[in-house]
Design a protein around this ligand. Sequence first.
Ligand code: F6R
Length: 608
Amino acid sequence: MCGIVGYIGNNAVADKLMDGLKNLEYRGYDSAGIALNDNQKIEVFKAQGKLANLKAVLLQNNISQNPSHIGIGHIRWATHGAPTVENAHPHISNDGNLVLVHNGIIENYKELREKLEQQGVHFYSQTDTEVAVHLFAEEYKKFGSLEAAVRSGLACLKGAFAFCIMHHNEQDKMIAVRKNAPLIIGCNQNENYIASDITALLGKVKKVIYLDDNEMAVVKKDSVIVKDIFGNIVLKKSEEINMKADLIDKQGYEHFMLKEIAEQPIIIRKILQKHVQNNKIILNEDKLNIDWKKVKDITFVACGTSLHAAMVAQKVWENWLNIPVRVEAASEFIYQKNLLNENSLVIGISQSGETADTITALKQAQNLNTQILVVTNRLDSTIVRYAQSVIGLDAGVEISVAATKSYLAQLITFYWVGLYVAQEQNLLSQDEIVSLLESFEKIPEQIEEILSHKSQIEEIAKQIKNYPSAIFISRAFNLPTAYEGALKLKEISYINANAYPAGELKHGPIALLDENMPVIALLEQDETYAKLISNCEEAKARHAFLIGIGGEKLSNIFDAFIKTPKTLSCFSPLLMCVPVQLLAYYTAKALNREIDQPRNLAKSVTVE
Ligand code: F6R
């Protein structure tokens, strides 16, 4: 989603901002802009579309010659108002002296806009953000100080925000403010940055300060002072960045998505090495501060791909832990009655840790006194604040908007945590655990085997690309994989893909089947197999282009078949997800789509 970068120091500020924004591109955006606080006046440059368009605007204006030492930049993912130049950030006050960028949503913007318009303020955009700039500018007239103006203006704002603000009369500072939207300060000698995501600062600074909600930082070239919203100084420690800059390098792959799919065996091996030792599951450095004896029911809350990981966990945990497990889309959880209490465990899953729906769901769970476990790839993210216990995914930064390696890391995490709980609570015998671990530990090499056949999957994708829609079907453990396959395919290829429990096909979706509909069946050779083959026969009888993914090709009805290595049914989602990721990837590639940054999508969805 939106991204913020601010810079104050001795270097060419436009380059610094563009560099930082480039590292945030993966979040998904549809316009961009920067503002430079140079000696004569604040200058704002904006463009619709990608950073290349903004770069062209900067070139036209000879910005490399600009002597600015302080500036702010933004990439915008449109929420209020279309992705136009007017709506792009930075937004500037009517007198041209105050300028800001904003992530989040100002909920009471309509009332504020009306009020400000009555006072004679002129609005030029449809954004909620613009009210903030005019509000702070009006307050500046009263206080004559940026810090005081922002503090006073903040009292009127409802919603979520991370702001980076400059004033032309105070060229020695930027103000950073956060409430329910992440913001960090990157610190160097004689230069400081503000950013909404640590990736913007990789390779540029070694230390960062994480702002908490309702904190404001006055950032100068050689100092950072953090205060609460009442103006009291808050002592903050800077923390070392432990991510490497080369994490945001494609390292020879054509797309981040392919690189991230290929990284999966390495990630799983690392997680297994950390948590499986001598036929036992161990926590290692992770902590599971959950009172399992108290837990009578479990509810997973998540969105998108993370929701599909929860669906797999539900099926596996109900088998192993013998406890009712519910899975709720976070956006639904927050608007329904949830019969939860102190005997409930709520598990929030979020790769980014910034998904607004999931965060709100956890806030509500807190009010119901449940225990809360968070599983995230970003231990520096907002969601961890709402957890009693946190488990990191160890998947490394995921740049491609479409989640792949984080999904597999989520699955692996639920397998080891499930086994750990079963082991500690004596819900599975030692023999059962040993035999499960035997299959579990083979997963990385089995994924490598699937990856080694990717050219076959590419050939099948070249056929899928010719169809306007596709249907995924499966049963039992792989139904979530079917949902995930359909989501991946539509996200990056824009082919309309849907997934159904195979037994549901005949209750309606079968009406869609003819020679123009590919059906992709995920087949597990367990008690569901015979029924699944019957469902495939039903599809074939309607001339669907039939693709099977699974163990042995035991039937000749398939037009194409992707073989996956043999494992226990409960672990098969770990293997099956790889061909569906590759099918989506190669179909999108064949259609020449923008794979890493699909249209309309954002890497972290920070609005409800
Ligand atoms: C799918 C995808 C999205 C996210 C969803 C939740 O490829 O990336 O569906 O899974 O927006 O995001 P997180 O896991 O960050 O909460």
